[in-house]
Write a protein that binds this ligand. Structure first.
Ligand code: DAH
Length: 354
């Protein structure tokens, strides 16, 4: 009995893999294994012998069976360890910043603009791209006959033949969000609204869909000086160029009084726009003190509140900052263009990257 035990425990310990172990199992405790054979010999024994040998054989069988399962569990653990070692990966490795997709310059610039205005205390508001003509025009002091409606090259949405209500429009600017935001939050307020706008226009610096960011700040004692400071602060932070030069030009918008357009000094070099020098000016935004009628349309009292507003072309900002010559290519989805001008997923807005 002791010999049997030594023999099989030795073989179990020495088994190299699960197949070896199975061979040992069959030889020792299988139906035709050595212990089964010994059991068969019990019949030839005297009852006294049988009483001794029977339980001893059963005990040995149990011992060998549990030694086999212990060894098997050990092998499975070792196999799992080995597999985990080959599948190990270092989650602290930096990702590859530029693999396939890139962030579109419009998205990047929108993030940058939002970060800068967030630092100045502006939160982000939103509005629909399909607007009623009331929000897009009337509430902004552009009545039906006003020439600004024609100038804006508006896309009108079709109404059903028997529906004679005024048609919806694709918003021509982000300014309707001034009204929508005022209706929601009242004054005082400080918001920006980045988003898509639409006009029937197409050349090197115009596409039928483009992007603006609207800004609005309302309080009891806001003046044109606050507007100028905010816009200058924004441009300095955004362009990160010493000697960036802005030109405030008196202008007219129905929704502001007084109004100013802001141009940035630039020039074209080899088909690329350069900033800060040259004899060209590129218009990047319109702005002014909000018209009392607009404040009233938004549901606040113009005798108590005043504010400034501005609308900046986001695509223009991207062209200027990143030297992109043609606006039309922004929306062609040409992978070569996207790889060239796009940003890596981890390129945070420059203000924070420092
Ligand atoms: N909505 C104007 C446009 O699209 C831009 C603009 C001008 C917005 C003056 C303003 C503003 O908020 O005050 O041309």
């Amino acid at each position: 009995m002791d010999d049997l035990r030594d023999k099989y425990l030795g073989q179990i310990a020495g088994a190299g893999d699960e197949a070896d172990l199975e061979t040992v199992r069959l030889a020792a405790v299988g139906k035709k294994g050595e212990i089964a054979l010994k059991m068969r010999e019990l019949g030839k024994m005297t009852p006294e012998e049988r009483q001794q040998v029977g339980p001893a054989l059963n005990a040995l069988k149990d011992e060998i069976t549990s030694a086999i399962s212990a060894r098997k569990a050990g092998m499975e653990d070792a196999a799992l360890d080995a597999r985990l070692r080959t599948e190990w990966l270092d989650v602290t490795l930096p990702t590859r910043a530029r693999r396939r997709g890139t962030i579109h310059p419009v998205s990047q610039v929108t993030e940058e603009v939002t970060a800068i205005f967030a630092d100045l205390g502006f939160s982000v508001a939103e509005g629909p791209q399909i607007e009623t003509d009331w929000y897009n025009f009337d509430a902004l002091n552009i009545p039906g006959h006003h020439p600004a409606r024609a100038e804006m090259d508006t896309f009108y949405m079709a109404r059903a033949a028997d529906d004679d209500r005024p048609p919806h429009v694709l918003r021509t600017h982000t300014s309707p969000v001034q009204i929508r935001s005022l209706e929601k939050t009242g004054a005082p307020t400080r918001i920006i609204c980045p988003g898509r706008v639409y006009r029937a226009d197409y050349d090197q610096t115009h596409t039928p869909m483009f992007h603006q960011v609207e800004g609005m700040a309302i309080d009891r004692d806001i003046s044109m000086a606050n507007l100028k400071w905010v816009l200058e602060e924004f441009c300095r932070a955004f362009f990160e160029i010493d000697g960036i030069e802005l030109r405030f030009r008196a202008s007219h918008f129905p929704f502001t009084e007084p109004s100013a357009e802001v141009d940035i000094r630039c020039f074209w070099e080899g088909g690329t726009l350069k900033l800060g020098e040259g004899d060209d000016w590129m218009e990047i935004l319109g702005s002014g003190m909000m018209h009392p009628k607009v404040l009233a349309a938004g549901g606040i009292d113009p005798d108590v509140w005043q504010g400034f507003a501005f609308g900046i072309g986001i695509d223009r900002l991207a062209m200027l900052k990143y030297g992109i010559p043609d606006l039309r290519a922004f929306f062609d989805s040409d992978l070569r263009w996207l790889r060239h001008y796009g940003f890596g997923a981890l390129q945070a807005p420059t203000r924070h990257a420092g």
